[in-house]
Ligand binder design. Structure first.
Ligand code: PLP
Length: 381
């Protein structure tokens, strides 16, 4: 049975060109970049080059990039790093109820340490209300962390307007762009007023365990890992040179084909919805109809249990996800859909996330859509 992978928001297959680029860094250019000898200097050279590539893509300076082990670490470092560095100026942080747990759990930990966190609401399309953000800003607000594009619904927040508001106020603006980076052009030198930005390699057809945090040079940040002077003393630990070279290649390839990818994934999304319509399927889309990432589609199938749907689709070779966390085989209700519709909403137990990416062709998507339609109709009975 041919399997069809439609869970690219969870992780993506690696691009063969990136694998090829990384290979010499495991066996030939294997030095520790902190070593003084030629092996170390060679590794350092490629590490510096990789950092330049990433900085070039964001239009920032290379010393404004901190290489991390992924999006989770970048989010943790951004939020806790700013909280610790600015705690004498204020202890108030603003975030949104629909953030990734890498942000929410970090904020919850800070609450235990005496910080005050405001969790903004979203409307039933998943968007925040800029007036609410404005009202919640206080003199002691030091940071707002608001994601670019949501990992469950794809909903894109009004980043430019948020940046403007925060810039006028003086609170730093961190955005988790882990899902958005692959399809949205992001220029931090532009007028977005982003101070910190997180991204992750494995969402870009690059290696797992890689990512970066952009930190504007004007930002005060306390390190969260200790034991070495790497990353200009902001993130201790020997650098993952092969991974970083792969991450830079992923960023480079993203730059080259971001626009095409966005258009193509948008088309795949339309194809899937068209088949659902042709099959007269009872469904609705979760999330804003326009302000959304092209590769993510979150669909509510009334009367269908999500666990049964995921298991049945897996048996048909279709990999999709609930988008929310799974524990011991059962799916926890999504905090994102809960923030959009309320805790008791039926959408929480009957919605799936379908996400497109490398290797998906129109014909696969049609096939998958037909299989989804068959399973949904069977389970909805
Ligand atoms: C929006 C968002 N933030 C953070 C992360 C965590 O990134 P990583 O898996 O690289 O730690 C993810 C991963 O799914 C994500 O979707």
């Amino acid at each position: 049975m041919e399997r069809i992978y439609l869970d690219h928001a969870a992780t993506t297959p690696m691009d063969q060109r990136i694998v090829d680029k990384m290979m010499p860094y495991f066996t030939e250019i294997f030095g520790n970049p902190s070593s003084i000898h030629s092996y170390g200097r060679e590794a350092r050279k490629w590490l510096d080059e990789a950092r330049e590539v990433i900085a070039g893509e964001l239009h920032c300076k290379s010393h404004e990039i901190i290489l991390t082990s992924g999006g989770t670490e970048a989010d943790n470092l951004a939020i806790t790093g700013v909280a610790m560095a600015r705690q004498h100026e204020g202890k108030h942080i603003i975030t949104v109820k629909t953030e990734h747990h890498a942000v929410l759990h970090t904020c919850e930990r800070l609450e235990k340490l005496g910080f005050d966190v405001t969790y903004l609401d979203v409307d039933d399309t998943g968007l925040i209300d800029l007036d609410q953000l404005k009202q919640k800003l206080r003199d002691d607000t030091i940071l707002a962390t608001i994601m670019y594009g949501n990992n469950e619904t794809g909903v894109i927040q009004p980043i430019k307007e948020i940046g403007e508001l925060l810039n006028d106020h003086g609170a730093y603006f961190h955005t988790d762009a882990v899902q958005a980076f692959g399809t949205m052009p992001i220029d931090v030198a532009d007028d977005l007023h982003i101070d910190l930005l997180s991204a992750s390699g494995h969402k870009l057809n690059g290696p797992m365990g890689t990512g970066f945090l952009y930190v504007s040079e004007r930002v005060k940040l306390s390190p969260q890992l200790f034991g070495g002077e790497q990353e200009r003393k902001r993130r201790a630990g020997t650098e993952n040179v092969a991974g970083i070279v792969g991450l830079a290649e992923a960023v480079q390839l993203t730059k080259q084909n971001r626009r095409e990818k966005a258009v193509y994934y948008g088309k795949l999304k339309e194809t899937m919805l068209q088949v659902f319509d042709e099959e007269s399927l009872n469904f609705s889309i979760n999330g804003h109809p326009k302000e959304t990432l092209p590769h993510i589609l979150n669909v509510y199938f009334p009367g269908v249990s999500i666990e049964s749907l995921l298991v049945n689709l897996d048996m048909e070779g279709i990999a999709v996800s609930s988008g929310s966390a799974c524990t011991a085989g059962s799916v926890l209700p999504s905090h994102v859909l809960s923030a959009m519709y309320g805790e008791e909403a039926k959408e929480l137990t009957s919605s799936v996330r379908i996400s497109f990416g490398l290797g998906n062709e129109e014909e696969h998507v049609k096939q998958a859509a037909r299989k989804i339609a068959t399973v949904v109709k069977r389970l909805a009975k």
